[in-house]
Write a protein that binds this ligand. Structure first.
Ligand SMILES: CC(C)(COP(=O)(O)OP(=O)(O)OC[C@H]1O[C@@H](n2cnc3c(N)ncnc32)[C@H](O)[C@@H]1OP(=O)(O)O)[C@@H](O)C(=O)NCCC(=O)NCCS
Length: 376
């Protein structure tokens, strides 16, 4: 079995080996293609790498059904890491969103080949719109009817542009998201004429509407803006979409995951996003992902820390003491119930322990851990 580097014009003849979504990307000619071939059997597998300077990514990996479990993918991963390393890349990254049932095969392949998971796994949940619409927390938020919430369709292009430019400067804004969302189902939180938060829903397709992006400035977070935005978006969706519609939440942070689980405790993840890396240069260490103890670096983080450490106003204390206690939108602490009395817990580490490089997501929210072992 030999590995060959192909040009795009050669690889374009092997489309059946490339993930369909990758074929839609604009820079196909700039990617690297590695094919595994054997005399008499032809092409057995293909890997596609995006050699982007801020971190080469493995975009696609596929092996012909007739050649599976012969180590073809493993050889391609080895070759891909070597190509990245010899071109100066410190690591090869794999970032996929798959259903929970699809992950074990790829996880086993990656872990056997020197990749390890960084960042906590991020989950996406499908929740019936009717369940959200009848949720007591959102009903209560609707009754309070905050004067700071506006549908996107009521906002001026100037206010939206200013908001987009400010967040682009902080590298927080996902490209194109404003164009993809439904202006009647997407809501913004304004204070003193400035946007402080938003919850954007996409257009409804096949009975499903997706929460494309949620942003909360530290100031908006303190005021429970998310609950009001969610209440407004869910009401608008329930008024216009078929009653059996579902809402897809792709949770980007532990806090949003926590909130979704609170709103719909029975929701099971339909997809999860995992990021794996494999270092390519022996003497180069990857940045530590565990944020514990790290100094805030970005403007946003500095602002967040300042908000977190300031004294709450009397009104905010009262709000917290009332019904919002369990929805503070703060990440779980290292003392999360499932880990508190576990012998494998490592003090100061939130995301990992002696058993898991990255703890399973549900464990971080207090659910039973298969590896729990009580302190003797
Ligand atoms: C996933 C895929 C690339 C694996 O290719 P492969 O050449 O069969 O993989 P390898 O032979 O190198 O397998 C290495 C390890 O991966 C794991 N693995 C691979 N296929 C597996 C399967 N079907 N079930 C369980 N584990 C599997 C095993 O740990 C295996 O080691 P083992 O054979 O010693 O048990 C191949 O099945 C494929 O093309 N699938 C469809 C496309 C796809 O899912 N691509 C990944 C995302 S782009």
């Amino acid at each position: 079995m030999k590995i060959h580097a192909l040009t795009w014009s050669q690889a374009s003849q092997l489309r059946e080996f490339i993930l369909p979504e990758v074929l839609e990307l604009p820079d196909l000619e700039d990617f690297w293609y590695l094919a595994s071939a054997e005399v008499g059997r032809g092409i057995l597998g293909l890997a596609v790498i995006d050699p982007q300077a801020d971190g080469p990514l493995l975009l696609s990996l596929a092996v012909s059904p007739a050649a599976r479990r012969e180590g073809v993918a493993s050889r391609l991963l080895e070759a891909a890491a070597n190509v990245v390393g010899s071109n100066g890349g410190a690591a090869l990254t794999v970032e996929y969103s798959l259903s929970p049932a699809e992950w074990p095969v790829l996880a086993s392949l990656l872990e056997q080949n020197g990749f390890f998971q960084i960042q906590p796994e991020r989950y996406a949940y499908l929740i019936p719109l009717a369940e959200l619409n009848n949720h007591p927390v959102l009903t209560a938020a609707r009754q309070r009817n905050s004067a700071s919430v506006f549908p996107m369709s009521n906002l001026s292009a100037v206010a939206l542009r200013e908001f987009r430019l400010e967040l682009e400067r902080k590298e927080l804004f996902p490209p194109d998201v404003l164009r993809q969302c439904d202006p009647h189902l997407s809501f913004f939180w304004l204070e003193d004429g400035h946007i402080q938060a938003c919850l954007l829903l996409g257009n409804c397709q096949d009975g499903m509407v997706e929460n494309l992006w949620t942003y909360l400035s530290p100031r908006a977070r303190q005021k429970q803006a998310l609950i009001y935005l969610l209440g407004a978006a869910v009401t608008a969706a329930a008024n216009t979409l078929p009653p059996d519609s579902q809402v897809l939440f792709s949770c980007q942070t532990e806090a949003s995951d926590h909130l979704v689980r609170h709103l719909s405790p029975s929701a099971a993840p339909v997809q999860s996003l995992r990021v794996y890396v494999r270092p390519t240069l022996q003497d180069q260490e990857l940045p530590e992902e565990d944020a514990a103890g790290r100094e805030p670096v970005t403007e946003h983080e500095v602002e967040e820390e300042a908000m977190a450490s300031r004294e709450l106003t009397e009104e905010e204390k009262k709000l917290r003491a009332e019904r919002w206690n369990d929805l503070q939108m703060t990440p779980v602490t290292e003392d999360a119930p499932a880990c508190r009395n576990c012998a494998h817990r490592i003090a100061g580490r939130l995301l990992s322990c002696e058993v898991y490089q990255t703890k399973p997501g549900p464990v971080m929210y207090g659910e039973a851990c298969p590896s729990f072992s009580p302190v003797q």
